[in-house]
Write a protein that binds this ligand. Sequence first.
Ligand SMILES: C[S@@+](CC[C@H](N)C(=O)[O-])C[C@H]1O[C@@H](n2cnc3c(N)ncnc32)[C@H](O)[C@@H]1O
Length: 255
Amino acid sequence: MKNELRFYDDIKDWDFSMIEYTEENLTDWNLYKLLNDCASPKCKILDLGTGGGEKVLKNFPIVKEIIATDFSKEMINTANENLAKTERKDITFKQMDNLNMTTPNNYFDIVVARHTCIDANGIYKTLKIGGKLLLRGVDKLDCWQLKKLYGKGQAFKDDKPISLIDYEAILDAGFKKVELVPIHIREYYKTKEDLLALLLKTPILSNFSESEIEENKYDDNDEINMNLLDKYIEENTSKKGILLIRRYYGITAVK
Ligand SMILES: C[S@@+](CC[C@H](N)C(=O)[O-])C[C@H]1O[C@@H](n2cnc3c(N)ncnc32)[C@H](O)[C@@H]1O
């Protein structure tokens, strides 16, 4: 099992454009719509765990200042390469650990955290009074059938869903108007190769938080069992493709 930083350093980007799939979104909760609705041209935004900057560059409005951070140097390198292909002047990519934030106090109007870990107290400190937190996360029951088949996966052994851990931490940090929304999405992958590409690129079948994993331990033999994958595909294929049931959550909160 790879250490989380090593995993993201190896991947280097968060681009899924090569994977063919369709999706049915069963929940009306859109992070980027909320962001675009509340952002003004004068505002300052922090994007935590930005990856290769793909989402910021595509979905964030042009504002006074955006700082987009990631703890992976490789992700930040990719993000700067992606930035250089655009005309945007409002975005700066910077290496930072979400769990040891070094951004200024009372500085940002909006903090975005999409599919990454958070320190609610750090986010609270760096937001201005009245500033907003917009968070979307991957929950314990995401891809549950697949994780059950493999007997492992992201948050598989956690007692408490990550959504509740984040929700309670955000309340405890002092945020107001904290709202938690479960997000249900059905994804249909076109071929086995498309699903496999997703599993190889994401930590769906990994668990970085299991206690038996030592810090910095790196095991290259962490392969996807193909017999189990074939079994999953056999049981979950319809005319629409290979079904993967996604369970995300959205949280909005105000300082
Ligand atoms: C699943 S990707 C999401 C990328 C992007 N936010 C998006 O929604 O497409 C998670 C990202 O969070 C970063 N990350 C994970 N743990 C982190 C931490 N403790 N501090 C900073 N970044 C972290 C990873 O390097 C990776 O780029």
